[in-house]
Each structure stands twice: as C-alpha cells, then as structure tokens.
Design a protein around this ligand. Structure first.
Ligand code: BG6
Ligand code: MG
Length: 221
C-alpha cells in the first residue's frame, strides 16, 4: 500500500458541529436583526470564523468597523464554546472510530486538518484527544482552505510526502485544498456538491481499508 497517511477534517466529518456553529451564528444574527437561515449556513461550511461573520453581514447588508467585527466574532465563539463544551462521545459520527482504528492497525498514520481554533476542546470533549498522530488546526496555520497549507502542515507533522496522503473532507473549499496539496481526496457528503473529489461517501461508516485501497489505486496511487 503506497498510502501512508490519512488526514481528516473535523467539523462535518468526525463530529457534527455544524449545528452548534449554526446555533451560535443564528443567536448573533438575531441580535443584529439579520435574517439567517439553515440554508445560508451551508455557505459557512469550512469557512474561517471571520469570513463566516462577513458572509452573515453581507446577507444582512450590514457594514461594521474592524473593532465591532472582532467583538461579534468573539461573542459568537463564546456561545459556540458554551455549546461544544457539553458535547459527549455519543456525538462522534458513525464509523469514524472504527475506520480510524482500522487504519492505525495497519500502520497508516492519522491526522486532523481543521480550520477550527476549537479543535482541541472538541477532541477532548468526545474523548479523541489521544487518537491522532498529528493535529493541524486553525491555530497552526495562516491561510484558509482552499489554500493547501493546513493539509501540507498535517503531512509534514506526520513526516509523510503529500502524494502519499488521503484527505477526508465535507466542504468544497476543503476538497480544493486537498487537491491543491496534491493529495487524494474523499468527499464526505453529497456527489452533487463535492464534484471535484476523487470519490464521495455519505459518511465514514461507508468506507474501510479495502475500499480506500481501491480508491487510491484508481486515483493513480
Ligand atoms: C471549520 C467549520 O471547520 O472551522 C467552519 O466548518 C468554522 O464552519 C471554522 O467557521 C472555524 O471554526 P472556529 O471553531 O475556529 O470558529
Ligand atoms: Mg468540515
């Protein structure tokens, strides 16, 4: 097997935190009297905290000073932390633990590549803080997906060449980041949205080592 490492996005791949992001952004939008829907929330997937706020302000046709933008982003994050602090291991998405342990069992290294600055807190809450060989998160990098920085950093931390890594991603920008890093990308979600991925699965409960080997081979690895 030429594949040596697997890098997982966190939000939407390992845990379903999108609803907590939505609850916190919605609370802020309500306060600002901006009409923000679950459909709008799709646009925030994989997008950094400040860029997410800017999308919401754009929806409300509202412009704010740099200082107020920072203040509101911090407020949203305080609410978000309040929600994720109550998470339990039950919120790990189906198949995640089984698949990651299967990979580790055959010596494939596993890493997190997430834009979230709350990665450590979430991993700790769901009891996954000692599972990964490397964690690259929003505190490690400066350029957001689709820039490949986050995945290249994760591969470097694992000590594996990018072309020997596979990425699991639920966001379009994340899929592009993986491809920009020269990695194999398995989209987690819908075929209709993650059109550029090498392969798409509905969740980590739909993959195992054998299937991954097949995808890697077809994708030229
Ligand atoms: C990504 C999420 O993983 O992290 C985005 O998909 C989120 O919705 C981004 O905005 C940043 O997260 P945080 O926790 O640092 O605000
Ligand atoms: Mg995601």
């Amino acid at each position: 097997m030429k594949l040596k490492g697997c890098i997982f996005d966190l939000d939407g791949v390992i845990v379903d935190t999108a609803r907590y992001h939505f609850m916190a952004w919605k609370r802020l939008a309500d306060q600002l009297k901006i009409h923000f829907t679950e459909d709008n929330n799709e646009r925030l997937k994989g997008v950094s905290r400040m860029d997410s706020l800017d999308i919401i302000l754009e929806i409300g046709d509202m412009r704010l000073s740099e200082e107020l933008r920072k203040e509101y982003a911090n407020l949203k994050n305080r609410w978000y932390i309040e929600y994720v602090s109550r998470m339990t291991p039950d919120e790990i998405l189906p198949g995640s633990l089984e698949f990651i342990n299967e990979l580790k069992g055959v010596g494939i290294k596993v890493a997190i590549g997430s834009a979230s600055k709350n990665t450590s807190l979430i991993l700790e809450r769901v009891g996954m803080n000692n599972l990964f060989d490397a964690i690259a998160d929003g505190n490690t990098i400066t350029r957001a997906k689709p820039d490949p920085e986050i995945f290249l950093t994760a591969a470097k931390m694992l000590g594996i060449e990018p072309e020997r890594c596979a990425v699991f991603e639920d966001a379009v920008a994340g899929v592009q980041a993986a491809l920009n890093a020269g990695m194999i990308c398995i989209g987690v979600g819908s075929h209709n949205i993650l059109t550029e991925a090498h392969s798409v699965i509905s969740g980590l409960n739909m993959i195992n080592l054998k299937k991954l080997e097949k995808i890697a081979k077809i994708s030229g690895l």
